[in-house]
Design a protein around this ligand. Structure first.
Ligand code: ARG
Length: 244
């Protein structure tokens, strides 16, 4: 009897060990899915986009299971900082200030802050923003740069699209936002244009906690691989057409 119990216990242990090995370690990605084409809700309410596919490809490289946590944009870096998420991927621009709290991977793409206005607006360059009412998404680089515009009134929204809606309603004079989301919002709404001259040029990267050097190295290696194989370009081209 005793022997049988021992055997049964042994079998159970082996079985649960096997189950553990098969269950992949998670790779938790913090994001704010209000930022097409990088992260947004599909018609079926799934979170999709460039960042999602890049992180899925990185997770595949690492043999980990990608888990997406959607949150307010200004919580993305905090959740990486506090270890609630392993990575932050949200069209995140590398800035000196952010580097004080978290690490960034090697950049995976470049971007710009642009100005959206109503057709016929007298705003034709960044200089014309002086004294205007400007809408931004809270906590973004657009928000940070707009703070320095002389005499401007800032309206901060939780979602970039809410700023665009305010512009459509004539509540604000301009929106400062990243170029690709700007292209998407302008193409979806009549009467809006993007000012030719960009505001700033930036690089997007993945945020990782400072004490997680190993993950940083692994993610950088995965990004290098995706660049080399052409997979990165493939993902980006799937969402951004060359003619826009
Ligand atoms: N690139 C800008 C920044 O890093 C805006 C990013 C907004 N991303 C988002 N998923 N809402 O501040």
């Amino acid at each position: 009897m005793k022997k049988l119990f021992g055997l049964a216990a042994g079998v159970l242990m082996v079985l649960s060990l096997a189950a553990c090995a098969k269950e992949q370690k998670e790779l938790v990605m913090a994001t704010n899915a209000e930022f097409p084409p990088y992260e947004f809700h599909s018609e079926t309410q799934e979170i999709v986009g460039i960042d999602v596919e890049i992180c899925q490809a990185i997770a595949d490289e690492l043999g980990r299971k990608l888990v997406i946590e959607d949150m307010a944009f200004d919580s993305v870096i905090t959740s990486v900082y506090t270890g609630k998420a392993d990575i932050g991927a949200a069209g995140l621009t590398i800035t000196e200030d952010r580097l004080k709290n978290i690490n960034f991977s090697t950049p995976y793409t470049t971007a710009a802050q642009v100005i959206i206005v109503q057709e016929g607006s007298d705003i034709a360059s960044p200089d014309d923003l002086t004294g205007k009412t400007i809408g931004v998404q809270l906590g973004t680089t657009g928000d940070i740069y707009a703070e320095d515009i002389e005499g401007a009134t800032l309206e901060r929204y939780n979602k970039g699209f809410e700023a665009v809606q305010a512009l459509l309603q004539g509540k604000i004079d301009a929106v400062i936002i990243d170029n690709e989301p700007a292209n998407v919002f302008v193409s979806q709404n009549e009467g809006l244009v993007i000012v030719d001259e960009a505001f700033t040029y930036e690089e997007y990267a993945i945020a990782i906690a400072k004490d997680n050097e190993q993950l940083l190295n692994e993610v950088n290696a995965a990004i290098a691989k995706l660049k080399e194989s052409g997979k990165l370009d493939e993902i980006i081209n799937k969402y951004i057409s060359a003619d826009n």
